[in-house]
Design a protein around this ligand. Structure first.
Ligand code: SF4
Length: 413
């Protein structure tokens, strides 16, 4: 459902794999745990995520399979778990009892660091106050709500099942239920969207007083209704120049409202950055559980079988742990060598607009000097004005580099 998952699934690093062993210097201090919930009520017109409609009857069996998968993989984890993220799909379709059971089992199977961040993605209108209270009691302490737009026409184009009132109600109920950390997702660069409808959506989102905002430029994915409409000429293609104007306006507006941009597509109030997603961008390990999940742990990237029923069958048939971090659901895995890990570190770390990539951290992680490894690439990007070097020896994107991020990342591949 949400672009956090896109971040997981579309990780460009996953395409640059080789097979030599790597030699990391610093062992990871913590792990993140991603749990994929591949069920939705209906399919949105732009969505290519691994999610299914009409299979909600599988949800409880699927949740039991998730616990079983974690019981095989989790005891071998190389570090304690700092965050759990229920992404989808629509995780808010899962009964809170099943979420509580998973979190309780996770606490028995892995070491949870104190005060773990536990996020659940929720679609507006899929949760009532008692469900939200139950989720909060289960240990979920962060909600990521798929608002996408405040404009009725855009929501219809997306075939979203909610209107802006549903979003307001869900946020208000979540506050009443005790959620102190709420993120909203918005989409810009939509065909037919004007700067003023985008401004209206962002102002409506801010009026709900969120702690965090994720704003994604609409991507047209293969096999989606939107792609077919554009191919047939029934819908205009997104206009990248207009999208750039929208994000430029949003950046200034959000800064004036007390938000800081910390990643290309993410803004937060101080201290409300997504700890789970920071794990990805810092190129730290994470386990991916469920159908169509991706993971990166013990210097191995892997992905799991897509179909929920096949996932359940594989996990139910598994009798013993496999080589960490894989379970019987894994369909692809690749060892990551040192050069690939360093490349991934640059591609992911440069997404962090404030923090960027610190030379000291790079040396501690890989035992190599950042400027020795990537001196030529960094010099070219500095000369082009796409990155800057800070006095404490970090490199990070300039405002121009943020608009041309893909060009910057391509320099390292
Ligand atoms: S709610 Fe819509 S966008 Fe989200 S995963 Fe389901 S179909 Fe995709």
């Amino acid at each position: 459902m949400f672009p956090q998952l896109a971040q997981q699934r579309d990780n460009p690093c996953a395409r640059t794999m080789t097979t030599q062993p790597t030699s990391m210097i610093t062992p990871p201090a913590s792990l993140a745990l991603y749990v994929h919930i591949p069920f939705c009520q209906t399919r949105c017109t732009y969505c290519a995520f691994n999610t299914y409609t009409g299979q909600n009857n599988l949800i409880l069996r699927y949740m039991r399979a998730l616990e079983r998968e974690l019981a095989f993989v989790g005891p071998q984890a190389e570090a304690p778990v700092a965050t759990i993220y229920f992404g989808g799909g629509t995780p808010s379709l899962v009964p809170p009892d099943a979420i509580r059971s998973f979190i309780r089992r996770a606490g028995e199977i892995v070491t949870l660091l104190p005060d773990p961040e536990i996020t659940l993605e929720a679609n507006p209108g899929t949760v009532d106050e008692s469900t939200l209270r139950d989720l909060r009691r289960a240990g979920v302490n962060r909600l990521s709500i798929g608002m996408q737009s405040a404009d009725a026409g855009e929501l219809r184009l997306f075939a979203r099942r909610h209107d802006v009132e549903d979003v307001r109600r869900t946020v208000a109920l979540a506050r009443r239920a005790g959620f102190a950390n709420i993120s909203l997702d918005l989409i810009y660069g939509v065909p037919g969207q004007s700067l003023s409808t985008w401004q209206h959506s962002l102002r409506a989102a801010l009026a709900m007083n969120p702690d965090h905002l994720s704003m994604y430029s609409l991507g047209i994915e293969d096999g989606t209704p939107m792609q077919r409409w554009i191919e047939r000429g029934a819908l205009a293609a997104p206009n990248p120049d207009r999208a750039a104007d929208m994000i430029e306006w949003a950046t200034g507006y959000l800064v004036a409202q007390g938000f800081a941009q910390y990643e290309i597509s993410n803004w937060s109030r101080p201290g409300r950055e997504s700890r789970h997603n920071l794990h990805y961008w810092r190129n730290l390990p994470y386990l991916g559980l469920g159908a169509g999940a991706h993971g990166y742990a013990a210097r191995t990237r892997y992905s799991t079988v897509l179909l929920p029923a096949e996932y359940i069958a594989r996990i139910e048939a598994q009798g013993a742990p496999l080589a960490y971090p894989l379970s019987a659901a894994a369909v692809e895995s690749e060892p990551i060598d040192a050069q690939t890990a360093m490349t991934e570190h640059m591609i992911m770390g440069l997404r962090l607009t404030g923090e960027g990539v610190a030379a000291a951290d790079f040396r501690a992680r890989y035992g190599r000097d950042l400027w020795d490894v990537f001196g030529a690439e960094l010099a070219a990007l500095l000369a082009a004005g796409l990155i800057e070097r800070t006095p404490d020896d970090r490199v990070r994107l300039t405002p121009r580099g943020r608009l041309l991020g893909n060009h910057v990342f391509a320099a390292f591949v």
